[in-house]
Design a protein around this ligand. Sequence first.
Ligand code: PEP
Length: 253
Amino acid sequence: MAARKPKPLVAGNWKMNGLKASVKEVNALNAKLKKAGRVPCEVLICPPMPSVQAFAAKAKGTKVAIGAQDCHANLSGAHTGDVSAEMLKDVGAKFVIVGHSERRADHGETSAEVKAKALAAHRAGITAIVCVGETEKERDAGDTLKVITSQLKGSLDDGFTAKNTVIAYEPVWAIGTGRTPTPEDVAKVHAHIRKRLAARFGSDGDAFRILYGGSVKPSNAEELMSVPNVNGALVGGASLKATDFFGIISAYL
Ligand code: PEP
C-alpha cells in the first residue's frame, strides 16, 4: 500500500513582532486564500502571545489557523510570566511551536524541556511543532545528522503521533540570515528525520509533517517545498506581510 502523503503545513512564526493592528495581515491573507479557491495545504500564523486570542477570534472558520510560539509544561501554578497549553487552547490556538532554536539558545531550553512542552500541548489538545536544527559550528564539524538524531531522541516521546506533532527542521545558521542549505542538503536531513520517525513510530512515521525553516521566501519556496520529505515550511521574517507569506503558500497552489 502506498504511504499516506502528509498534507503540507505552511506556518508563520512572527516572533516578537506585530501589534493588535497587525491582524490586518491575517485578514489580507485570508482574502488572498479565499480568492485562490482550493488550498491544498494548512496555513498557520503564530503571533506574539498577547495577540493570540484576538487573532484566533478573527480567523475562526477561515483558512488560517492561529497558534502560539511557546508554552509552559505545567497546567497551572506559580510560574510568573508563563502560559500553559490549556490557556492557549482556551483562547483558540490550534498549534504551539516548541523548542525553537531562539528559545533553546536564549532560554537554555533542553530537549527534555521541549518534550515536556510538547506533551503539555498534547494534554491540552494542541498540535506541537517541535523544532530541531544544527548550529553552523556543528554543521562545519560534520555533526548535523548526529545533532538532529540527538534532538529528536530527546524531544519526542513514544506516544507522539503524526496527528499531534509536526517536526520543523531549522538549521540555526539559516534562520534570519538569507542563507539556505542546498536542496540536496535539505533532502539529506529530511530523509534522515523520516528514517528516525519510522524507526520510532513505525508506519505512522511516514505521516508526520516535516517542515523546513530558515530564510524561506517567495523566491525559493517552490524549490525548497519540492524537496522529498519536505511537507511545508516554518517561516519567520517572510510571514509578517500577507503578500510575502502568500507568495510562499503559492508554492502549493
Ligand atoms: C524561524 O525563526 O523559524 C525562521 C525560519 O525565520 P526566518 O524565516 O526569518 O529565517
